[in-house]
Design a binder for this molecule. Structure first.
Ligand code: PEP
Ligand code: MG
Length: 325
């Protein structure tokens, strides 16, 4: 948090037309936790649990996993922490596990696919999460889900751990919320169906955009080839926001775009009211939102978010609008 945004730290992110937006942090390690207070974040919207595994020389033991999750929950206090289960494979490689050679690792055996095929590791992690959440509010979400059946299977694994803890007479979390990361286009087209099985949806815009535009996010030649403010990208985001809203399911965005002021303003105009971002985004996004009339921005961009649009990006419209405010 730079000095320029210090004064905003304790100010809630409320737009000029009184829309309250929750600005949360993307985190994953113990060192990230103090950033919550330093930035004035409203919680942790994405806790990348694989980071602990990636910085270790060995697989973290159950006790170590539990301790990190508990510390995150306790540091957050009344603020929510959303744990994302292990998102391994593709760009997230463990030094102590042999990588499986694949032609297209981003679309390969990764994340929830590994977890469901080899459930031992995920059950172990879910056990750590249930233990860490004893007497507290526990939020867990599953990454890279492409079908509703995967979400149901993941939830079953979670429920088995809750049942196990109950049978052992262990203290359970006071409240449990289970969510899905919506980061594949296929799940966007099942949004209503998946909402039947979850308490919340979090849009992983990094992967969603990668798969939507078929542009490898780790390949510098193509990663920046698309603009997330392209009407096509905004159309799928709008579709997701409306789907979740119509089923009464809370929805947030946790990809990098949530931390960029113009994109964040657009996301709020599309109906997202929780954004989770790197700590460097909190101040600039809050500053932009405080100056924003969401309803006016919505009216300016809405006519261009449809299949008839001939525009290549709404960036100029949003920039001109935000500068004029
Ligand atoms: C995403 O895909 O947008 C996301 C937040 O997860 P990650 O960047 O860790 O894949
Ligand atoms: Mg992702």
């Amino acid at each position: 948090m730079t000095k320029a945004y210090d004064a905003l730290r304790l100010k809630p992110a409320i737009t000029k037309d009184k829309r309250h937006v929750s600005l949360q942090l993307n985190a994953g390690l113990l060192v990230d936790l103090p950033q919550m207070d330093l930035s004035g974040a409203d919680g942790i919207g994405l806790f990348r649990t694989e980071f602990q595994f990636m910085v270790s020389d060995f697989m973290p033991k159950l006790k170590e996993q539990t301790a990190l999750y508990r510390q995150a929950i306790e540091t957050a206090g009344h603020r929510p922490v959303t744990f994302r289960t292990l998102d391994l494979g593709s760009d997230k490689i463990l030094p102590y596990m042999d990588p499986v050679p694949e032609e297209n690792p981003a679309m390969g055996w990764r994340s929830i696919r590994i977890a469901l095929d080899r459930p031992g590791l995920m059950r172990y992690q879910l056990r750590a999460l249930v233990t860490a959440g004893a007497g507290k509010h526990l939020r867990v979400m599953f990454p890279m889900v492409t079908t509703v059946a995967e979400m149901i299977a993941a939830k079953e694994l979670f429920n088995r751990e809750v049942t196990r803890a109950r049978n052992l007479g262990l203290e359970l979390p006071e409240k449990i919320e289970i969510g899905v990361m919506l980061e594949t286009p296929s799940l966007a087209w099942q949004v209503l169906s998946v909402c039947d099985h979850v308490d919340f949806v979090s849009v992983g815009a990094n992967d969603l955009m990668q798969f939507f535009f078929a542009a490898d996010r780790d390949n510098p030649r193509v990663a920046d080839r698309y603009d997330p403010l392209h009407p096509a990208a905004l159309s799928i985001l709008k579709f997701i926001a409306q789907g979740c809203k119509s089923s009464g399911t809370p929805v947030s965005v946790c990809g990098e775009i949530a931390g960029r002021p113009l994109e964040a303003c657009c996301l709020v105009a599309l109906g997202f009211d929780t954004l989770s971002m790197p700590v460097t985004g909190i101040g600039p996004v809050k500053s932009a939102l405080l100056a924003l009339d969401v309803e006016k921005l919505r009216a300016a961009i809405e006519p261009h978010i449809n299949i008839h649009s001939r525009m290549t990006s709404l960036r100029d419209i949003v920039r001109n609008f935000c500068e004029a405010e």
